[in-house]
Design a protein around this ligand. Structure first.
Ligand code: ADP
Length: 446
């Protein structure tokens, strides 16, 4: 097993990885920008290295600085966390070239799944149903023909896209012709790759994803699905597992299709396959070849420490579980708490003047904030994840409600009041929602 792991990330996810390492007797190295000198991930780590100024491109995305930090501290392995370099095949390759172990999949798999067009092609080849659509658009006449075949409205998406950005709906041939060049220009500006493609646009789907773990030696399990349909601007706000929309037979069927595909791909590490689900059918949209923000709800219902398994797999050990070794029990919900105004969603960095986290049976808070901590303006606004487990969905909902009542964060705006409002909605309580539901509730309507 590794003796020392460098965590190439910040915030709650850096703490999450630190915790798994320390429970395994592994020492940790934190890297940080000058804006994060007082951050909790820096305080808890065994060793720390400042890797640059506040802007992420100069620090948390600065590959030479991170590799140097690993070399001077003598780290054995590097965990990329989520966001930042966690889906950068070049980084994974350079980590290995410099003699460290990358805690994640191979660079080839990151590259394959990092492009939505090649990911869908690979998924299809391995027996996974995909959203009907096109390859990268080269000729607008061909694109028009594809759109006619799949039917309007169609979604124009960036092949290299992420973070819910750069998607456009075209409702007819004329808007397709107008929007494709703009989408290509945006894709180039955001993702450094101008390729865009078309997909059937679903009007009332749910976003359902499967968490998998694979050791690359034949061991593959799924840890159930997560329903991430509660989204704002294509970004997840609250996730739950199991999905209120799926029955056991559907779950088992999807689990089998996904684990068979992952085995035949020879994939290793944690991963998530994302699907749209409408009228009882699943359609693959993409695969994330990394840990995900919402992984804790799967941990709560399975008892499996997903980060620990990632580390063990990277060290060459076989998966610690077979599918029949564990059961998915109860219900879990995660509320993403952002430093944002609860109605306008304007970012709200600044000093936290008081902080009280909820506790008690079935309540977990993954966060790196504390009283007196100043949330810097330079990074993602996620400051805490409230993760609640109950024996039933009803118990879980009551527990989320009382945990949100207890939660106190003052000095900055947070989305806690939005979550309090959200969980009281009859449609949510009934599990009756799709990916556009939250936007309709918030009045942005789609
Ligand atoms: P990203 O990598 O930017 O997160 P995804 O492909 O995962 O992009 O899509 C993000 C979200 O956008 C999905 O969760 C879903 O809400 C919505 N979306 C994606 N594809 C479609 C589609 N074909 N029809 C309707 N909504 C979609």
């Amino acid at each position: 097993m590794f003796e020392k792991v460098l965590i190439a990330n910040r915030g709650e996810i850096a703490l999450r990885i630190h915790r798994a390492c320390h429970e395994m007797g592994i020492r940790t190295v934190a890297v940080h920008s000058t804006a994060d000198e007082n951050a909790m991930h820096v305080r808890l780590a065994d060793e720390t290295v400042c890797i640059g100024p506040p802007a992420a491109r100069d620090s948390y995305l600065n590959i030479p600085a991170i590799l140097s930090a690993a070399a001077i501290t003598g780290a054995d392995a590097i965990h990329p966390g989520v966001g930042f370099l966690s889906e950068n095949a070049n980084f994974a390759e350079m980590v290995e070239e410099h003699g460290f172990t990358y805690i994640g999949p191979t660079a080839e798999h990151i590259l394959l799944m990092g492009n939505k067009v090649s990911a869908k092609r690979a998924a299809k080849e391995h027996g996974i149903p995909v959203v009907p659509g096109s390859d990268a658009i080269e000729d607008i006449e061909v694109a028009k023909a594809v759109a006619e075949r799949i039917g309007y409205p169609v979604l124009i998406k960036a092949a290299g896209g992420g973070g819910g950005r750069g998607m456009r709906v075209a409702r007819d041939a004329q808007s397709l012709v107008e929007n494709v060049p703009q989408a290509q220009a945006e894709a180039m500006a955001f993702f450094g790759n101008s390729a865009v493609f078309l997909e059937r646009y679903f009007d009332r789907p749910r976003h359902i994803e499967m968490q998998i773990l694979a050791d690359g030696q034949g061991g593959v399990i799924h840890v159930g699905e997560r329903d991430c349909s509660l989204q704002r601007k294509h970004q997840k706000v609250l996730e739950e597992t199991p999905s209120p929309a799926l029955n056991a037979a559907e779950r088992d069927k999807l689990g089998k299709v996904v684990t068979d595909a992952i085995r035949s791909l020879g994939y290793r590490s944690a991963g998530t396959l994302e699907f749209l689900y409408q009228n009882g059918e699943f359609f693959f949209i993409e695969m994330n070849t990394r840990l995900q923000v919402e992984h804790p709800i799967s941990e709560e219902i399975s008892g499996i420490d997903i980060v620990r398994e990632q580390i063990r797999i990277a060290a060459g050990l076989p998966l610690g579980y077979r599918q029949e070794d564990f059961q998915l029990t109860g219900h879990a919900i995660e509320c993403r708490i952002n430093a944002e105004h609860p109605e306008t969603f304007r970012p709200s960095p600044g000093m936290i003047t008081s902080y009280h986290a909820p506790g008690g049976l079935g309540v977990r808070v993954d966060s790196a904030i504390y009283q007196g901590y100043a949330v810097p303006p330079h990074y993602d606004s996620l400051i805490a994840k409230l993760i609640v487990h109950g024996r039933t969905r009803t118990e879980c909902l009551m527990r989320v409600k009382r945990a949100l009542e207890e939660f106190v964060i003052t000095g900055i705006d947070t989305t806690i009041p939005m979550h309090r409002m959200l969980i009281e909605q009859p449609d949510f309580i009934n599990g009756d929602y799709d990916i556009h539901w939250l936007e309709r509730l918030l009045g942005h309507g789609t």
